[in-house]
Design a protein around this ligand. Structure first.
Ligand code: NPG
Length: 369
């Protein structure tokens, strides 16, 4: 049992090495909320995966901050001595707001594990000490710009390339990259930009031996994903549609997807992420670890998650240098074989570098009972 004594929230901003464009917008800077939670014996870190605007999900940085300040932190302080496994129940009175919950759940778990000197990977039952990494490439105006990035990342060792697509920037780009790289693991991610009437685009993409097509349709539209899946042979993967283990079970049982992207921050933290993993494993559906351009704090969390047994496909767990000129933590590096080490120190095994954290922070608030 551990008691949370304080939660320090920080808004941090880190410039990206290059703009990242998806079908819903372009980011040039990573701006997120970090939670540092103190218990009597340790501190723990949680990174919130919400963004500046409610575009990928209904949450955004300011809403996550308010959810933690107004509801989650007071509930945790009132509860007194608890264990991480209690938190999802404790926070159930707050509907949704999963990204906010994840920051607190993960920070609490990190503190608990540091106190026990146990690694997050061992807590989750890691099956490996290195994970195979892929990289997600934003939409580029030109094919040459895309080629340059694909070639660069393959040369660095990345073992799966994911191309962001949107209506009008899809089949031609995929055809060109597949033509030049017939044997690589290649996938596409639409971030829900298409509608059921676009089935011809997906029939065309079906010809390129893609590992998967990720989230082609609206995030609330499981039924049309199921009918699309029944007309193409490429596996569909759901991301935005999966907010919980219940969603994953529904998506699988309805035939809406054959692969699941797990982002622990999107589903409310590591406890629910573990339940999504287990629900998929029980149904023989492979999973992989998604990314939200996390700083080293979220990256360390994701690497431990990706070491679980059913994470059998390369994830969006790329090296710090793919995102930032300078990370918040010691940088995570890709080995030439395209793998990254799973942190083995207590908790998430890393923490923000103090000077770097100060330099990146634009707002701070300390919450206490
Ligand atoms: O490598 O962390 C990464 C980025 C992977 O493509 C990626 N993330 O839709 O999955 C996504 C996308 C994303 C990034 C979505 C940031 C929202 C915010």
């Amino acid at each position: 049992m551990t008691r949370a004594r304080s939660i320090e929230l920080r808004l941090v901003g880190l410039p990206l090495v290059r703009p990242f464009r998806t079908s819903f917008g372009t980011s040039t800077e990573k701006v997120c909320v970090l939670a540092r939670l103190e218990t009597d014996h340790a501190e723990g870190w949680g990174e919130c995966v919400a963004d500046l605007e409610p575009d990928f999900s209904a949450e955004w940085n300011a809403s996550a901050w308010a959810a933690i300040e107004d509801f989650l932190a007071p509930a945790l302080f009132r509860a007194g001595d608890v264990v991480t496994e209690d938190l999802d129940g404790l926070f159930a009175f707050v509907r949704g707001n999963r990204m906010a919950k994840a920051a607190v759940v993960n920070a609490f778990l990190d503190a608990e594990l540091r106190e026990r000197e146990a690694s997050l990977a061992s807590y989750l039952g890691a099956a490996r000490d290195r994970v195979v990494c892929g990289v997600s490439i934003g939409i580029t105006e030109t094919l040459d710009g895309l080629r340059e990035q694909v070639d660069g990342y393959l040369a660095e060792g990345y073992r799966r390339i994911k191309l962001k697509i949107e209506p009008g920037i899809d089949v031609d780009h995929v055809a060109a990259i597949r033509g030049e790289h017939p044997d690589i693991l290649l996938s596409v991610d639409a971030n829900a930009a298409y509608s059921p009437g676009d089935v011809d685009v997906f029939r065309a993409l079906d010809a390129f031996d893609l590992l998967m097509i990720e989230q082609p349709l609206h995030h609330e539209d499981l039924l049309n994903h199921a009918s699309l899946q029944s007309t193409i042979r490429t596996p569909l993967c759901l991301d935005e549609s999966i907010r919980s283990a219940a969603d994953a079970i529904a998506g699988i049982e309805l035939g809406s997807c054959r692969i699941v992207n797990i982002k622990q921050g999107r589903v409310g933290g590591l406890e629910e992420a573990r339940r999504v993993h287990d629900a998929c494993a029980e149904r023989s559906v492979p999973v992989w670890c998604g990314g939200m351009l996390e700083t080293g704090v979220g990256r360390a969390t994701n690497l431990a998650l990706a070491a679980m047994p059913n994470f059998t496909l390369p994830g969006d767990t790329s090296a710090s240098a793919r995102y930032f000129p300078e990370d918040l933590t010691e940088p995570f590096e890709l080995a030439p074989d395209g793998t990254m080490e799973v942190p083995s120190g207590p908790g998430i095994g890393t923490a923000p570098l103090p000077g770097r954290l100060e330099a990146c922070t634009t707002r701070t608030q300390i919450l206490r009972p």
